[in-house]
Design a protein around this ligand. Structure first.
Ligand code: MG
Length: 258
């Protein structure tokens, strides 16, 4: 009896010292791990929208189906586009491009668009519009559902620069979305390019541009090139206007400055 008590006591001492050693090891691991942790700055809180298509709490809502208060003609004055009964903002042929009153640089943009259900025209003459980041760099909007055209000019292309990775176009008359992450170009004070713009685009949730390097201002004819501009420039929506197949509509446009 006495002997077993002594053995039990010895066992307790050994177990205790093993546990103490384990604790020391654990503490030193935690200390080591802490060397690669940082706690500040704490990311600010943003309340997400109900769905990823809905504006989060820190977004600037550019169009919500009610008014065009955030917009003007590209050259100034009230925009000539019309708001339909369903809240869609639709191009009025010949009324010209519209531009945000506010300028933007680096941003996250959500925008929804629809080509007319009644198909008119073909190739670039069918459902053509465009989203010009900083008024310079065109993310093409086109009805590319069974509508062959040059691939670096179809929906989801960076016009005349990059074809989309895939064609994720919905049918004419259906709403579609672009989600864009855009990094503005930087210029030196003498106007020379410091770093080009970059863009990532999801078309209807599908990746179509993967952080591509924009080659310069969008050109219809000739090679793109950069011309220095401000850090923030308006977002511009295109009235393609060259024929009758482009009464394009927009809705649910919001932007987050990055
Ligand atoms: Mg266009």
């Amino acid at each position: 009896m006495k002997r077993s008590l002594i053995l039990s006591a010895a066992l307790l001492v050994v177990t205790g010292s093993v546990q103490a050693q384990k604790k020391i090891n654990q503490d030193s691991l935690v200390k080591e791990a802490a060397k690669t942790e940082y706690w500040e700055p704490v990311p600010k809180l943003v309340t997400p929208g109900k769905t990823p298509a809905d504006a989060p709490s820190d977004a600037i809502v550019l169009y919500n189906g009610k008014d065009v208060a955030q917009w003007q003609k590209e050259k100034g004055g009230a925009p000539g586009w019309k708001i339909d009964k369903d809240g869609a903002l639709t191009v009025v042929k010949g009324s010209g491009n519209i531009a945000t009153k506010q300028g933007f640089g680096d941003c996250q943009l959500h925008i929804e668009w629809r080509s007319p259900a009644a198909i008119a025209g073909a190739s670039q003459s069918r459902g053509n519009s465009g989203i010009f980041l900083m008024g310079q760099y065109e993310l093409q909007v086109l009805d590319s559902y069974n509508n062959p055209t040059y691939v670096n000019g179809q929906a989801g292309s960076m016009y005349k620069q990059y074809a989309p990775l895939v064609n994720a176009c919905r049918k004419p008359g259906e709403w579609q979305s672009y989600d864009v992450i855009f990094t503005a170009p930087r210029f030196f004070s003498d106007g020379k390019l410091q770093s080009p713009a970059r863009i990532t685009v999801l078309h209807n949730g599908v990746l179509v541009q993967n952080n591509v390097e924009i080659k310069g201002h969008t050109e219809w004819i000739g090679q793109p090139k950069y011309s220095a501009h401000k850090d923030k420039e308006p977002l511009v929506l295109q009235d393609h206007g060259m024929d009758g197949g482009n009464p394009m509509s927009y809705r649910n446009i919001w932007i987050r400055e990055l």
